[in-house]
Design a protein around this ligand. Structure first.
Ligand code: TXA
Ligand code: MG
Length: 335
């Protein structure tokens, strides 16, 4: 299949919308990461998204809308709390999960009785939904389990030849996926930390809970191994780890939070000023660059678990094979 690369202007958006109406699949920018979209009401079109990503069918897909009213068309009912959250956080990186109407195909929700919906804060995404005239089901536009794409080049690296079109709009602003909040449970539960910080949610939902990172109450798609670069990644620990592997720093890359360390072959600093919003925006692009560096391993420094740091650490823990320890010129890790 030839993948059309489209400009993110009116003409490109119109062409992409036409692809969607014909049940094709299109990668498009949102404020978080690129999504791989299909007509959310067509099971056949959504099946093509699963095939292109090699995504297992047990993982439900988020539906993207261009207004809160359209969400009401997908959910069985809209409780006052959902209205309040949409008022405050939409458009933006917050996905709300509620019982679905029957018109939402089972493949979108992986057979669940609920559907996750969000209104993205990106003019190209909103333009595409409006031009297509229907809600768009879209997971992140990467091969299943791999790093999320924050630039159209990342999409093309992973999916060229597997999708009909890509709207090429450069880098995404937030850089980390939406927060997924289930209102189908009481108290509401964050299934995946993301671009809307817990602290902000608590102002509207004081009793919100954070689901354990894995296990039965976690989101069906939140696997312990996810967001995995091809190069082994190790999360830096403060104490010695009794590992078998010992490697010279000069063969390793470092994902640093504020400051570069000496001796590493390649260093990516997430935010010199310690700004977690900036760090989140740079996370996946930094990991993509390190992954292309031909390194023996990537060592990632932890970030503070507050604000967007919660989402960053969630992604790093899932990306990491194990823990590493750095001493002198050496890095060692457990398998
Ligand atoms: O920012 C984002 O959320 C991006 C952009 C493209 O919108 N999308 C994204 O989609 O990250 P994806 O498929 O990579 O992750 C969606 C997450 C998965 O963990 C999935 O299990 C969860 O949302 N999810 C979707 N619908 C759900 C539902 N009905 N119940 C529980 N979890 C759901
Ligand atoms: Mg994803």
């Amino acid at each position: 299949m030839e993948t059309q690369v489209l400009a993110p202007d009116e003409e490109g958006i119109a062409a992409a919308a036409e692809v969607l109406r014909r049940k094709g699949i299109v990668a498009f920018p949102t404020e978080t990461v690129y999504g791989l979209g299909a007509d959310a009401l067509s099971a056949r079109a959504v099946a093509r998204v699963f095939a292109a990503k090699e995504r297992p069918r047990f993982d439900p897909v988020i539906v993207h809308v261009a207004s809160p009213d359209e969400a009401g068309w997908l959910w069985a009912s809209v409780p006052p709390l959902a209205k309040e959250l949409m008022d405050r956080f939409w458009p933006g990186p917050l996905t709300l999960v509620l019982p679905r109407r029957r018109r939402v195909p089972g493949i979108v929700t992986a057979g669940l009785p609920t559907v996750g919906v969000r209104m993205p804060d990106h003019p190209v995404a909103l333009g595409l939904i409006r031009a297509a005239g229907r809600p768009i089901a879209a997971p992140s536009a990467n091969r299943f389990g791999r790093l999320s794409p924050t630039h159209h080049d990342d999409v093309l690296d992973q999916l060229r030849g597997r999708v009909d079109a890509v709207l090429a709009a450069g880098r995404t602003r937030v850089g980390i996926e939406s927060t997924v909040l289930s209102l189908a449970e009481d108290p509401p539960v964050v299934l995946r930390p993301g671009g809307t910080p817990l602290e902000a949610l608590r102002e509207v939902v004081p009793n919100v809970r954070l689901a354990p990172p894995t296990g039965p109450s976690a989101s069906p798609g939140t696997l312990p191994r996810h967001y995995v670069p091809a190069t082994p990644l190790y999360l830096l620990d403060t104490g010695p780890v009794g590992g078998a592997e010992v490697v010279d720093r000069s063969r390793c890359g470092l994902l640093a939070f504020q400051r570069a360390w000496e001796g590493f072959a390649q260093v990516e600093v997430l935010s010199p000023t310690g700004d977690l919003v900036e760090a989140a925006a740079r996370l996946f692009s930094a990991l993509h660059r390190l992954d292309r560096g031909g390194l023996a391993a990537i060592v990632a420094e932890p970030v503070p678990e507050e604000g967007l740091g919660v989402a960053i650490m969630d992604r790093l823990r899932r990306a990491a094979s194990a823990r590493a320890y750095v001493a002198g010129q050496e890095v060692w890790w457990t398998r």
